[in-house]
Design a protein around this ligand. Structure first.
Ligand code: CP
Length: 306
């Protein structure tokens, strides 16, 4: 069994079979992560460069650990300590890295489309670790893995993505992936943060958070991206929390079990209260653990293709 593409650039167009293969392969790797010696020789001799032009905690460490757990040689590139600060272009940077004989590149960049451009100037397998407000496919895969692990299936599961949908790569990748896997996907947030194309994607728009909690099995609560001028889209953080924040009172009032996901990093007291972020409904740190297994699966399936 192998993936039908040599890159993972986004969830748009990724088939149900490919998603199923990645999620099922990740189960095996999750078992590896629970062993005393968490390492297999699968990618021995392969070199992976983690090219992070944007800050990251979870994704960067998770990819690095996944590569090391598979016995690949992992090399980390960060913009602040590279010759980009001396004015070297993106293309020249890639050409120089490739001249050192690498096999795979994991890339995060603030500009949408950079992973796609990378496939045109490089021979390596490319994995998108988040490109601007476009896609974050491995986040969607680990979210799907975590929902399936908790609820036993994705088909027919009702998932609402809450927050700034318009500026979220996590939202778009989740919508594509979850729809392909048969989930019933909706979004909830201030109307200034919901793009008009939701209908075209077959996604229901809910403007009332209590209705979203009532109608769904899962809430995927997005971070309000304060660094991306999110404040311009609602009057104040206090008001956002009042109308869309996920709190214990709100969950109790609606009186039903619901699974809470958050991709991190969390703004406690903004999109989610501390009680919910640390409470029994959330699976936030399970998502982080599963991220390593899912990224091992992606690296393995791309790195062992003929
Ligand atoms: N979820 C996520 O992408 O987190 P980081 O920005 O820390 O990688």
């Amino acid at each position: 069994m192998s993936l039908s593409s040599r890159h993972l650039l986004g969830m748009q167009g990724v088939s149900r079979n490919d998603i199923q293969l990645i999620l099922d392969t990740a189960i095996t790797f999750k078992e590896v992560l629970e062993r005393p010696i968490k390492r297999v020789p699968t990618l021995q001799g392969k070199t992976v460069v983690n090219l992070f032009y944007e800050n990251s905690t979870r994704t960067r460490i998770s990819f690095e650990l996944a590569e090391k757990r598979l016995s690949a040689d992992a090399v980390n590139f960060s913009v602040s300590t590279s010759s980009v600060s001396k004015g070297e272009s993106f293309k020249d940077t890639i050409k120089n890295i490739e001249a050192m004989k690498v096999d795979m590149i994991v890339v995060r960049h603030a500009a949408a489309g950079v992973p796609h451009y990378l496939t045109q100037i490089s021979d390596s397998n490319v994995i998108n670790a988040g490109d601007g407000i476009h896609e974050h496919p491995t986040q969607a895969l680990l979210d799907m893995y975590s929902i399936r692990e908790r609820l036993g299936k994705l088909d027919g599961v009702k998932v609402c993505i809450v927050g700034d949908i318009a500026h979220s790569r996590v939202a778009l990748s989740n919508i594509f992936g979850l729809k392909t896997m048969g989930a019933d996907v909706s979004v909830c947030g201030p109307s200034t943060m919901i793009p008009k194309q939701m209908d075209e994607l077959g996604v229901k728009v809910i403007h009332n958070i209590d209705e979203a909690i009532q109608e769904n099995d899962v809430l995927n609560v997005l971070r309000i991206q304060l660094e991306r001028k999110a404040r311009e889209y609602f009057p104040s953080i206090r008001e956002y929390h009042k109308y869309f924040g996920i709190t214990e009172d709100r969950l109790a009032k609606n009186g039903k079990d619901i699974v809470i996901l958050h991709p991190g990093p969390i703004n406690r007291g903004v999109e989610i209260s501390s009680e919910v972020a640390d409470g029994p409904s959330q699976i936030i740190l399970n998502q982080v653990t599963n991220g390593v297994a899912v990224r091992m699966a992606v690296l393995y399936l791309l790195g062992t293709q003929n």
